[in-house]
Design a protein around this ligand. Sequence first.
Ligand code: 5GP
Ligand code: MN
Length: 336
Amino acid sequence: MMQPIQNFFSQLYTPSKVVIVTHQKPDGDAMGSSLGLYHFLIQLSHQVTVISPTNWADFLNWIPACDKVLNFEQKQDVCKQIIAEADIIFCLDFNVLHRTKNVASVIENAKAKKILIDHHQEPQTEAFDFGISNTEKSSTCEMVYDFIVDSGNKQKINIDIATCLYTGTMTDTGSFRFPSATQSVHEMVAYFKSIGLQHTPIHEYIYDNFLEGRLRFIGFVLTNRMEVLYEYNTALMYVYKQDLQKYNIKTGDTEGLVNYLLTIEGIKLGALVIDRNEERKWSFRSKGNFNVNTFARLHFEGGGHANAAGGRTDESVDETVKRFKQILNQYEQILQ
Ligand code: 5GP
Ligand code: MN
């Protein structure tokens, strides 16, 4: 059974071999929380390695110490050995081990104590020794901030930590617009500002750092690959592999695309499916009481949060879009 994370605090001060691992295709929150924790733990003389199951978006590469993150797919043998020898494994920004793809079984078999810090629904608590799961939290970055503060180490927060933690809080709150951007979130940011954080460059690094092709790709998708199903207050986008190839779309270029759908007046559910190599990957966003976590779990082998979730399927793009539309029938009432 997963013990409260407070029970782990006393072990923070014994220098140990620590691994921090996050979900595949890490986003701003995954990378920011992992590296924020990294910059904290190295101050306590731990030997710390951050492992990502896969590659990540180029627009995250400026984050302090991002160059130290190991990509499991590129360095399997090294990563496996480091995980096997670890005393402590922090698992950040995911609720179930399979979100770490091929790293999952390596973590499962590791002798290390496993610690979860996450804000997704229905965590696999039996897989962890200590942890905290709080779906009310804006981001795992905010939870890492709480972890540092609650363990009595607020004075250890430096500019690197503040930069990392601001990044993921910003990306997971839609630049502080979602309801999850609470008073505590703004107080945390105020604290970061008080120690000298410059926030404007962070917004520019994340949001103003793409190539021309991405913008043209978005225009193409909005024009040619979008359907609005007004009878269900739903909008849908689907992207074929040849679309990604034509515009030379890389990891991260499609992030945020699904959000355009909810900018249409009255739309309550936005859904985007992208043809990835090994699977068709769904993203769902909703406004109000339509729970996309449940929806993704039930129909698309996925999950996430109430208003933002993802899923997957082995079906083709056309097949899965067809099934999506059929499924919508069941939700006609709630989407009105
Ligand atoms: P996105 O649409 O941005 O990829 O993901 C939205 C949210 O859903 C994120 O919090 C992400 O962690 C979660 N999510 C995305 N795909 C999956 C999935 O296949 N399974 C689960 N459990 N969560 C997912
Ligand atoms: Mn997150």
